[in-house]
Design a protein around this ligand. Structure first.
Ligand SMILES: C[S@@+](CC[C@H](N)C(=O)[O-])C[C@H]1O[C@@H](n2cnc3c(N)ncnc32)[C@H](O)[C@@H]1O
Length: 325
């Protein structure tokens, strides 16, 4: 999805060190390797053991490539002090995770109530539902799924669990659908889509992962290094936008101050602030691309100039001169 501009952004230096933080089944990684020179390197990560097994096969075939079974919040440990030329994130689930019922992500097939990207770590959805309060579950469904009927869905899920009617993802999808008012059951998406998204974000602690992964990536980038991120829903995209914005416009002074006193200097610059969306051809080939959004930014050079392209003030934030404090 948006694969061409994503990979082109990551491969700005053919002899560089590139990180694919979300290997999946290696679609992007293979495209990166096609562009990298013989002395380039690609370091890939995934928290899903099945993805890593697929990456290990690629590792045997290509000496420039390394795969690690790790969460991207652990990026700095994985890179072991190596500064890198590009980091790419393609958030969300891979097609096998979505399609294989036994992973417990699918509402159209009867799988276990699991939803862990790494089934070897953390608690499954079933275990978490056994401990959660109605108040907290409502919050999760509302905040992570933007679901307006969160309260009644949470009540229905907990009641079904108590009565032993919640064994599979198919049961869960049915309980959610029945909890919705009739008018909310019809639309472009399955009526359980928002709630499944919310539960998956909760089980995998996805927002903390994204915040920590983006922060680690920015620290690891060399000057001129590129950060590219593909998001699939507004919660992910807002985190990418806000994290990068806080590095492009880091000044925290009150707007009424004529001169910057905080002295915070921009260390990133947008290359693609308005998110790129999939075009008609790509949508025809892959309907899942309809919600994908790509944003790209670059780490400033050591002289700070790349960070101050808007105001032209080396050492200053975008709008104010520092006082020198
Ligand atoms: C959309 S898929 C990536 C597809 C991949 N770009 C490709 O071309 O095949 C997202 C992948 O990211 C992985 N993932 C999600 N969150 C992660 C995290 N915090 N750390 C590491 N991998 C993660 C998932 O397990 C999944 O395999």
């Amino acid at each position: 999805m948006l694969a061409q501009p994503f990979v082109a952004a990551l491969c700005h230096r053919p002899d560089g060190v590139v990180v694919d933080a979300t290997f999946g089944r290696g679609g992007h990684s293979r495209m990166v390797l096609d562009r990298l020179a013989p002395n380039g390197r690609l370091i890939a990560l995934d928290r899903d053991p099945q993805a890593v097994a697929c990456g290990e096969r690629l590792q045997w075939q290509d000496a420039r490539f390394q795969i690690h079974h790790a969460a991207f919040s652990d990026l700095e440990r994985v890179c072991g002090g190596t500064m890198v030329d590009a980091v790419g994130f393609d958030f969300g689930l891979s097609s096998p995770q979505l399609d294989e019922a036994e992973r417990g992500f699918s509402f159209s097939a009867a799988g276990p109530l699991d939803m862990r990207m790494n089934p070897q770590q953390g608690a499954s959805l079933a275990a978490k539902l056994g401990k959660v309060s109605h108040h907290r579950l409502t919050q999760i469904i509302r905040d992570y799924g933007e679901e307006r009927y969160a309260g009644r869905i949470a009540r229905a899920i907990l009641a079904a669990r108590k009565e032993g009617r919640l064994a599979t993802t198919g049961d869960l999808a049915e309980v959610i659908t029945k909890a919705l008012p009739g008018r909310a059951r019809h639309g472009d998406h399955h009526p359980a889509t928002r709630t499944f998204q919310a539960l998956r974000i909760w089980v995998n602690d996805e927002y903390r992962q994204i915040d920590d992964g983006l922060a680690a990536a920015i620290r690891l980038l060399k000057p001129g290094g590129v950060l590219a991120a593909i998001s699939f829903h507004s919660g992910e995209d807002a985190r990418v936008r806000d994290t990068i914005e806080s590095h492009v416009h880091p000044c925290i002074c009150p707007p009424q101050l004529p001169v910057c006193g905080c002295g915070r200097v921009a260390d990133m610059r947008w290359l693609q602030k308005k998110p790129l969306r999939a075009d008609g051809d790509e949508l025809a080939r892959n309907p899942r691309a309809r919600s994908a959004r790509l944003r790209i930014a670059v780490k400033c050079d050591d002289d700070g100039t790349a960070g101050h392209h808007q105001c032209g003030q080396p050492g200053a934030c975008a709008s104010k001169q520092p006082t020198g404090r």
